[in-house]
Design a protein around this ligand. Sequence first.
Ligand code: FB9
Length: 497
Amino acid sequence: MADKPSPDVEACLLSHLNSRGEVPDSRSYASSLGVSHKELEDVIKSLSAFRIVESTDVTKETWVLTEEAKGYVANGSPEAQLVAVIPPEGASKDVLKEKLGSVFDIGMKTAAKNKWIGFEKGNKDLVLRKVDNIKDELQEQLKRLESGESASDKVIDDLKRRKLIMKEKSIWYALKKGPQFVAKRKKLATDVTQEHLRSGDWKEIEFKDYNFGAQGQPIAVGYVQPLLEVREAIENIFLQMGFSEMPTNNFVESSFWNFDALFQPQQHPARDSHDTFFLEAPAATKQLPEDYLEKVKEVHQSGGYGSKGYGYDWKREEAEKNLLRTHTTAVSTRMLYKLAQEKPFAPKRYYSIDRVFRNEAVDRTHLAEFHQIEGLICDYGLTLGDLIGVLEDFFSSLGMSKLRFKPAYNPYTEPSMEIFSYHDGLKKWVEVGNSGMFRPEMLLPMGLPEGVNVIAWGLSLERPTMILYGIDNIRDLFGPKVDFNLIKSNPLCRLGL
Ligand code: FB9
């Protein structure tokens, strides 16, 4: 018989409430409508949302039968099933086990306990019936429970112990008219359609309110890598401070620009393969500016410009070795040399933010490469005070206002300072960079005029990004194991904290 169309549950419920005022038990009401409680639940939820009906949750914990127990209701308790198959002359255990299968053991135990069965003297294998008819108490109890009747605690505990019943929380609703109750809910139109216009019923139909709070469709878009977001923010700080970017599109550099031009002696520990990635091919650079190279050689070997130099035998082939740049200061060297060739001298502010490579032990905050941020100002008469001043400006734009400076050493700057900032979130002083005034042994061989000084500083991009995004392992931020969800779920970086 064609299944009868499911009733318009909403209309039924509203007219029922309209006439009776309440539905005390949604379960029995659903079965009276011949619909599932779930179907009625959805209607209740929608009507409650518009406060057309008011529903109160009624929860009740009921004992429900396990699958095993349902088996006993259907086929009788194990002990009852056993007795039922024992012929008057008795039967062997194997035969009975054969017949009863999984319920044999429990059947035997309980039937024996109930003295429904017995054995012949000396023949423990022949099972005999001791009673003609039995009352299958267990089956009764389970049936009563199944029909929702209550049972004594003793029975409940016994059935629970035999894992035949389990507690089930069932929720249903008591319904009554809500403050916005209507006997028939007007279908709110969501669009003015041609049909409305043709039929003219647009005049009286009611339109659904716009839900301006509705979430838009999540749009699958690309995400900016946090490192690039912080890079952009820091780039904007430099640009606002009148700096222009240095071209850093060459990871491969010669030892000359990466070290020698910075007056870093050829036997400096950073110049061996423990710290630096040297190239096998091309192992050496072919183009170095000859006259400038002679001046660099001179200042390393015997000084000049008021410096006594290092006094060692400077080797051209050492300077020609190609490597992966260890700092973007190598680019600063090239730019300052180029600037020195431009006559008359013009002051300049430069910045760079790009990858540098160091053969360092990899740990939670260090990879063999990171992004160095560097800023430099080249002008007449610049002092350490000017450096401290520009560092205050720069780091205050990064949200780091309280700075402290600790004397440090770099082969290419004198004086040099490590920069520390008090981080309110971490409640401690954090080392936020390094800085200094490039040495005359570096600047004058380039041809920069006497009196022109260069103040510079550097920091990493990874450290601020990790702190700003609360990332404690650099692998979540950079490299093959980047945690995309972290990137997706991270709010936009708000520098200046
Ligand atoms: O970035 C660093 N720390 C840092 C920076 C910002 C920051 O922001 C937070 C939001 C609040 C937090 C921390 N450092 C420099 C300091 C340390 O992390 C240090 O242990 C690691 N340093 C790197 C080098 O490691 C071998 C960071 C990297 C660094 C160090 C020095 C320079 C550049 C990068 C430089 C320079 C320089 C000096 C003089 C002239 C020209 C360039």
